[in-house]
Design a protein around this ligand. Structure first.
Ligand SMILES: *Cc1c(COP(=O)(O)O)cnc(C)c1O
Length: 373
C-alpha cells in the first residue's frame, strides 16, 4: 500500500489550491456564539427567489425519489422560448462552475493554453490547470485607467496564439465589478482566431444590463466561437440549488453534453430554475431595488472617504489600504461577513456584496465605527 496515496495524483494537482468561498453564516455563529449575522460575502441575492419558486419546489418535493430528467426538458424549453435560442445550443450545468469544468475538459489539454485577465474569476485558472494546460494571466488595466483593474482586451488579444483554445472573460467581472464596453467586446470577439473559443461569463448579466454591460445573446448565432455562461445563483437567488447554463454553437453544446454527467442538475434545481425564469416581473423588481442599493452603498462608501472600483454587478470592491484585514476582522466581530480578496492579489481591498436596505445601513454604520477605532 502507498504510504502517501496523495502522491499518486496527477501532476496538475501540485499547481492547485482549493477555491476559498465566503465564510458561511453558520461557521461565524459557531465561532462567536452570536446570531443576527449578515453575509455580504458571496454576491448572493438577499431578496431571495420569487414566491413562485417556493411554491413549485413544495409541489415537486414528493417526487424526489425519481431520477431527474437528464435532458432538463422543461427548463431548456423555457430558456429556448424566452431567449430565442435553439434547444441544441443549450447545456445545463450544476451551477455555471460545472460548465467551466466541462469546457476545460472538452477543449484543453497539456499542449494548449487558456487566457484570462489578472483579477479574473478564480475558477478560470483552477479548471485550466486541472487539465494540465497552460494558464495565461494577462495583466489588468492600471488603477488610473478609465476602467481601473478591468480587462485589457488589447493585451488579451495579443496573447492569443495557435495553441489558445479558451479565453475566459467575465462581464461584469468578479471580484472587480468592472465591465467592458459593448463595442470593444464585439471587436475583440471578432478579432479572435477561430482556433479559440471566447467564454463570456455573464454571471452578473441581470445587474449589468441595468448598469451598462452588454447582453451578448444576440451575438452567438453569428459567432460559432462564442460561448455564453449564465447562472441562477446570483440575480435569481438560487445559489444553494446549483444551476447554470451555456449558450453556444450546437457543436460546442454537443461536446459538453458528451462529458456531462447525465444527472448533473437535480430535479428540485430544474423545477426552481424554471419557475424563477418564468417570473420576470419579480426579477425586474428585485433588480431595480438592487441597483438602487448598489448606488446607495457606493455613495455611503465615498462618504467614508473610501475608494471604490466601478461596478456593474451586485458588489463593490472597496480599497482599505494596509488595514483591510483588520477591518475585515472587526466587521466579523460585529457579525458582518464581507470578502477578503488577498487570494486575488488584492490584499488592500474587501469585496462587499449588496444586501437589503437594512443590511447595507448596518454595514455602513459598522464600517464608520471600525474605521474610527
Ligand atoms: C458567482 C459566479 C459564477 C456562478 O457560479 P455558479 O456555479 O453558477 O454558482 C460564475 N462566474 C462568476 C464570475 C461568478 O462570480
Amino acid at each position: 500500500m502507498a504510504a502517501h496515496p496523495g502522491a499518486l495524483g496527477v501532476p496538475a494537482l501540485k499547481k492547485l489550491a482549493p477555491y476559498q468561498p465566503g465564510k458561511p453564516i453558520a461557521e461565524l455563529e459557531r465561532e462567536l456564539g452570536i446570531s443576527n449575522i449578515i453575509k455580504l460575502a458571496s454576491n448572493e441575492n438577499a431578496w431571495g427567489p420569487s414566491p413562485a419558486v417556493l411554491q413549485a419546489l413544495t409541489a415537486a418535493l414528493p417526487d424526489i425519489w425519481l431520477y431527474p430528467d437528464g435532458s432538463c426538458h422543461d427548463l431548456k424549453q423555457a430558456l429556448s422560448t424566452r431567449l430565442g435560442v435553439e434547444l441544441d445550443c443549450l447545456t445545463l450545468g450544476n451551477g455555471s462552475n460545472d460548465l467551466l469544468v466541462l469546457l476545460a475538459e472538452a477543449f484543453l489539454s497539456p499542449t494548449s493554453n487558456a487566457l484570462y485577465s489578472q483579477y479574473g474569476f478564480a475558477y478560470y485558472p483552477l479548471v485550466t490547470l486541472a487539465t494540465g494546460a497552460e494558464a495565461r494571466e494577462i495583466p489588468a488595466l492600471s488603477l488610473d485607467s478609465a476602467m481601473p483593474l478591468g480587462h485589457d482586451l488589447a493585451a488579451m488579444c495579443a496573447a492569443v496564439d495557435a495553441n489558445t483554445r479558451l479565453i475566459f472573460i467575465a462581464n461584469p467581472n468578479n471580484p472587480t465589478g468592472t465591465w467592458v464596453s459593448p463595442d470593444e467586446l464585439l471587436a475583440f470577439i471578432d478579432g479572435v482566431p477561430d482556433t479559440a473559443l471566447v467564454v463570456l461569463d455573464e454571471a452578473y448579466l441581470e445587474y449589468g444590463r441595468l448598469m451598462g454591460a452588454q447582453d451578448a445573446v444576440s451575438w452567438v448565432k453569428e459567432r460559432p466561437n462564442l460561448v455564453l455562461l449564465r447562472t441562477f445563483s446570483k440575480a435569481y437567488a438560487l445559489a444553494g440549488l446549483r444551476v447554470g447554463y451555456a449558450i453556444s454553437h450546437p457543436e460546442v453544446a454537443n461536446a459538453l453534453n458528451r462529458l456531462r454527467p447525465a444527472f448533473n442538475v437535480n430535479s428540485l434545481a430544474q423545477v426552481a430554475a424554471t419557475a424563477a425564469f418564468q417570473d420576470p416581473a419579480y426579477l425586474n423588481r428585485v433588480m431595480q431595488q438592487s441597483v438602487h442599493e448598489v448606488r446607495r452603498l457606493q455613495q455611503g462608501l465615498a462618504d467614508l472617504k473610501l475608494r471604490t472600483i466601478p461596478t456593474a454587478a451586485n458588489f463593490v470592491l472597496t480599497h482599505f489600504g494596509s488595514g483591510a484585514s483588520r477591518i475585515y476582522e472587526r466587521l466579523l466581530q460585529g457579525g458582518l461577513i464581507v470578502r477578503p480578496v488577498g487570494g486575488y492579489g488584492l490584499p488592500e481591498y474587501l469585496r462587499i456584496s449588496i444586501g437589503k436596505p437594512a443590511d447595507n445601513d448596518r454595514l455602513l454604520q459598522q464600517l464608520a465605527r471600525s474605521l474610527s477605532l
